[in-house]
Structures are given as structure tokens and as C-alpha cells.
Design a protein around this ligand. Structure first.
Ligand SMILES: Cc1cc2nc3c(=O)[nH]c(=O)nc-3n(C[C@H](O)[C@H](O)[C@H](O)COP(=O)(O)OP(=O)(O)OC[C@H]3O[C@@H](n4cnc5c(N)ncnc54)[C@H](O)[C@@H]3O)c2cc1C
Length: 496
């Protein structure tokens, strides 16, 4: 399609729709017209409260003031996810956004730690990670330093419906037109099949050149109209249901998400400033809704403030996230369970990718192919990372965990696990949003102890190794004196 793009229509106003609208208007202001259609009667999925650090870049690019954003979304700081009972019952580990240790030369820090650990060191690798230290201390502060040793990447927990409203204000201020109404019919070009317009229940017609499908799991434009195929991954990730409920906040706000594995399925606890978000993710093959409801309700720790809500989903992705003149973003493009809080990030990276390849002078197949190839790898690497948590377990208390252990793995994941367990090394795929430190923490946390480490770690004498690790251990603790309890930080930082 070689026509210049003058008007973009965004169908859907959930987190995906408003993130797309806000960033697109910022980047292409004055060059294209943007109209967003959403229906208050249909509403949004209304979950999705935990994020990963790149969200900061998204907000900064929009010119968002962090304090205002946190106030308006009841946001808190997230340094990590605590995985409880995932390897065995009663044990937990943190997947932090930080990285253990520091750069010591040719090989990564884990090889030095592994050498010392195998020789009897009693400290876990997390003892060398500032995010871990602050998480267990329940504290946070913003440190102004250029020293990479003190890097403390963080993300947010927030109320996603409030985030959508916040972005809507930004987008509308920038000129995005919002239309309320239910899309009843999608019009197509009779020859090429491209979408030409949306017809609303009110009779109103909305024409456009490029359409963004943000209609959530309905995927009205891409799957329903264009017939884009869905790749089902439920043979790897069995969960197909979630129950969600909000509860009163705890007295103390943790700076991390809790992910609590049950005998079947797992539960999240997300602390906001005014309440907690909770839910249980499970497979209907292993657990009934009633059983899941019991497990959730008996593990909330505070009283519910609304009714438990059921959400069904199908894990997988649309095969062509860009097809003809439609790009699907958000739940319309696929679903991966929220174990590593990746869906909002997938929205962010889809918008950035689209904007980099924006077809202002008409759609080129080369751009479409690149977009689809990158989206595929990104989805697949996250999928593999999530499977890792389930597969490498030592739980013996249910068929569920046994079955997860026996899963045939995607080839690339099997290779990653094998390499790490043989030689302690991690290799990255391009477009994998999780870097070495993330894979390292989850592999170790789930119980994979490498048989070997890199020989470069032997270049230090034993005394030098001990001294170096001691110095890193001490250095990582230096910033702790500047930290505040998380609630004190929020109260101080958000004071008007
Ligand atoms: C249980 C669960 C937990 C999750 N937790 C997290 C998390 O912690 N972190 C994270 O990053 N992500 C999480 N997610 C994913 C996250 O919720 C979504 O990625 C995010 O909310 C984006 O949703 P969306 O905008 O694509 O869809 P929706 O919120 O469903 O929005 C769809 C929009 O389309 C509109 N629409 C639909 N049909 C029509 C029609 N016919 N006419 C007009 N408008 C229409 C709706 O009104 C709505 O505005 C979670 C998801 C689930 C299911």
C-alpha cells in the first residue's frame, strides 16, 4: 500500500490504546491526525499493575513528571519480584531489576562468585545486589551517582485504569481526538482487503489510513476482520484463567511484587498506596474456579474491597502483528501470563517499533516483515523465560508441578538451560528484554547450580578473590544509609 498515511485510527482505549495514542502524538505531532475510539459500556480489562524498568523511559519521553504520575496512579516503587514456593515449598528468591556484583574483567561476576561458592563461600549471589538489599530492607531512595556499582533500576506498581486516564489527558492535550462508541462493523477495501473505516453503533463512520487494533482479547480488526491467525502456546504455558480481587493495603508497603506458587497455579500481590492488587493464575485443566477462589481468598492477608472477578485467556500470539494496514498492540496481539510483568512492556516496545518503521509515505512490505520478525522473537524469548520458572522445579506435592517438570521445552530454552548448567554462561538473544542478570537469578533461584565456571576467574589468587568479593560486598552496602523505608520515601517524595 503506497499511499501516504495521513490519519491513524486507534480502536480501543485500554492501557494499549492510550499508550499508543500518547506516544504517537508526541513523536508525529502535526504530521498525522489521530483518532481513538473506545466504549465505556465495554470497558477495559482493568488488571495489569506491575511493570518493568523501561516504563520510565516511556514516561520520560512523554515528559511525565514522576511525582505527579505516582500521585495520580496510586503508584509505588518496584525493585524486584519475590518468587515464593517456586522451586520447593517454603523457599523463596528475588528476581531483582539489579545485577549482582560488578564488572571484574573478561567474564561475568557470577563466575567469580561461583568459584568462591564452590570453595565454601557462604554468601548467596544476591548479597552482592543493591536491589536485593533494599528489597529485603523494605527501603528505597533515589541515589544521584554515576557509579555503576550503585545502579538500582526500578519500575512501578500502579493502578492501570488510572494510568490510562492519565495518558488520555496527555494525548488529548496533544491533539488526539477521542470518540466514544461501540464499533459495530469494520469496513474493508473490496479488492485489497485493507481496512478503510469503522462503523459505530451510533451510525458514525470513522475513516483512516492506518488502524491500530487495541481492542483487547476481542482483536476486532486483526483477528475478527482480517482473519489473522493465532499461535496457541497453551501446550507450554497451561494457565488459561485468572481470578482478581482488590484488598485493603497493608501497613507497610513492600517495594516488590510477590509471586506465590500454590500446589497448582500461582498468586500475585501488588502493593499500591491505597490498596493491594491480588489475583491467582491457574489452568482449568488442573484446578476448578472454586478451588482457585479458596486459595486466593485464604491468602490475601487483608480484607477484599471488591468482588472477585474471573478473566479467561489463551496464551500465545497473533502470527502477524502487522497485517495489511492493521497493527495489533496489547492484548489484541497476544497474551503471556503476568508472571514477569511483561505485557505493558510489550505494548511499549510495539509502539516504539511501529514509530521507528512508521509508514508515512505508504506501507512497505520490508518494514512489515521486520516488524513481525522482531515482535516474534520478543514474544518467544519472554515465553521461554516464563516457562523456565515452571519447568525447573523440585516440587512433589501435585501432578501440576510434576507435569511442568516433564514439559518438552522449546529448543532455544533447552539450550540456554543446558549451557548454564554446564558452564555457568548465559547467552542473549537480540530483542530478549531480559538480560543476563535476570536469567541468572531465575536459573539459580529455581535451583540450577552450574557444574563449572569460566577459567578467567582462576586468574586471581584465592586471597585476591576473597578480598575482591569482600570489597564488592561492602561497597554494595554503602548506599543503604541513604535509604528510607519505602512508605517514608513515598510520603516525602510525593508531598505537595
Ligand atoms: C490477570 C491479568 C493480570 C495482568 N497483570 C499484568 C501486570 O501485572 N503487568 C502487565 O504489564 N500486564 C499485565 N496484564 C496485561 C495487561 O492488563 C494488558 O496488557 C493491558 O491492560 C492492556 O490491555 P489492552 O489495552 O490491550 O486491552 P483492554 O484493557 O481490554 O482494552 C480494550 C479496549 O478496547 C475497547 N473495545 C473493545 N471492543 C470494542 C468495541 N466493539 N467498540 C469499541 N471499543 C471496544 C474497550 O472498551 C477497551 O477500551 C495482565 C493481564 C491479565 C489478564
Amino acid at each position: 500500500m503506497q499511499q501516504p498515511i495521513k490519519k491513524v485510527v486507534i480502536a480501543g482505549g485500554g492501557t494499549a490504546g492510550w499508550m499508543t495514542a500518547a506516544l504517537m502524538q508526541k513523536v508525529l505531532q502535526g504530521q498525522i491526525e489521530i483518532e481513538l475510539v473506545e466504549s465505556e459500556d465495554i470497558g477495559i480489562v482493568g488488571v495489569g499493575e506491575a511493570t518493568i524498568p523501561p516504563i520510565q523511559v516511556f514516561n520520560q519521553f512523554l515528559g511525565v513528571d514522576e511525582k505527579e504520575f505516582l500521585r495520580e496512579t496510586n503508584g509505588t516503587i518496584k525493585l524486584a519480584i519475590q518468587f515464593e514456593n517456586w522451586r520447593v515449598k517454603g523457599e523463596s528468591y528475588l528476581h531483582t531489576f539489579g545485577a549482582p556484583g560488578t564488572n571484574l574483567g573478561f567474564c561475568n561476576f557470577q563466575h567469580y562468585w561461583l568459584r568462591a561458592y564452590k570453595a565454601g563461600l557462604q554468601k548467596s549471589i544476591w548479597e552482592y545486589d543493591l536491589n536485593y538489599l533494599c528489597s529485603v530492607d523494605g527501603s528505597f531512595n533515589k541515589i544521584n551517582t554515576q557509579n555503576p556499582m550503585f545502579d538500582m533500576p526500578y519500575a512501578y506498581h500502579f493502578d492501570s485504569s488510572l494510568y490510562g486516564k492519565y495518558l488520555r489527558k496527555i494525548a488529548e492535550k496533544g491533539g488526539v481526538i477521542r470518540t466514544e462508541g461501540i464499533i459495530e462493523h469494520v469496513q474493508q477495501d473490496p479488492i485489497y482487503g485493507n481496512i478503510t473505516g469503522l462503523q459505530l453503533k451510533s451510525g458514525k463512520q470513522i475513516q483512516g489510513d492506518l488502524f491500530i487494533d487495541c481492542t483487547g482479547s476481542r482483536a476486532i480488526l486483526s483477528q475478527q476482520t482480517l482473519g489473522v491467525k493465532y499461535e496457541d502456546w497453551s501446550h507450554w504455558l497451561a494457565a488459561d484463567s485468572a481470578l482478581a480481587v482488590q484488598t485493603n493495603r497493608f501497613e507497610k508497603t513492600l517495594p516488590y511484587t510477590r509471586s506465590i506458587a500454590h500446589d497448582k497455579g500461582w498468586q500475585w500481590r501488588i502493593p499500591l498506596t491505597n490498596r493491594n492488587g491480588n489475583g491467582i493464575v491457574f489452568s482449568s485443566k488442573y484446578m476448578t474456579d472454586e478451588e482457585a477462589h479458596d486459595r486466593l481468598i485464604n491468602n490475601l492477608g487483608s480484607d477484599p474491597i471488591n468482588d472477585v472477578r474471573k478473566i479467561s485467556f489463551r496464551t500465545g500470539r497473533t502470527k502477524e502483528q502487522w497485517h495489511k494496514n492493521v497493527i495489533s498492540i496489547g492484548l489484541a496481539s497476544g497474551f503471556l501470563e503476568p508472571l514477569e510483568s511483561t505485557s505493558i512492556h510489550l505494548i511499549q516496545s510495539a509502539i516504539v517499533r511501529l514509530l521507528k518503521l512508521f509508514p508515512h509515505n505508504g506501507i512497505q512490505q520490508s518494514a512489515v516483515d521486520l516488524y513481525n520478525a522482531e515482535s516474534k522473537t520478543e514474544y518467544e524469548t519472554i515465553r521461554d523465560f516464563i516457562i523456565l520458572h515452571y519447568h525447573v522445579n523440585e516440587r512433589t506435592d501435585s501432578d501440576f508441578w510434576q507435569d511442568m517438570r516433564n514439559l518438552p521445552l522449546p529448543d532455544r530454552l533447552a539450550q540456554k538451560i543446558q549451557v548454564f548448567s554446564d558452564v555457568g554462561e548465559i547467552f542473549n538473544d537480540q530483542h530478549d528484554i531480559f538480560r543476563d542478570a535476570s536469567w541468572l537469578q531465575v536459573m539459580l533461584g529455581q535451583g540450577i547450580m552450574p557444574k563449572d565456571y569460566h577459567p578467567a576467574a582462576n586468574q586471581m589468587s584465592e586471597a585476591q578473590l576473597t578480598d575482591t568479593l569482600d570489597k564488592v560486598f561492602a561497597a554494595k552496602r554503602q548506599p543503604l544509609v541513604k535509604m528510607l523505608p519505602h512508605d517514608d520515601f513515598l510520603a516525602h517524595y510525593l508531598k505537595v
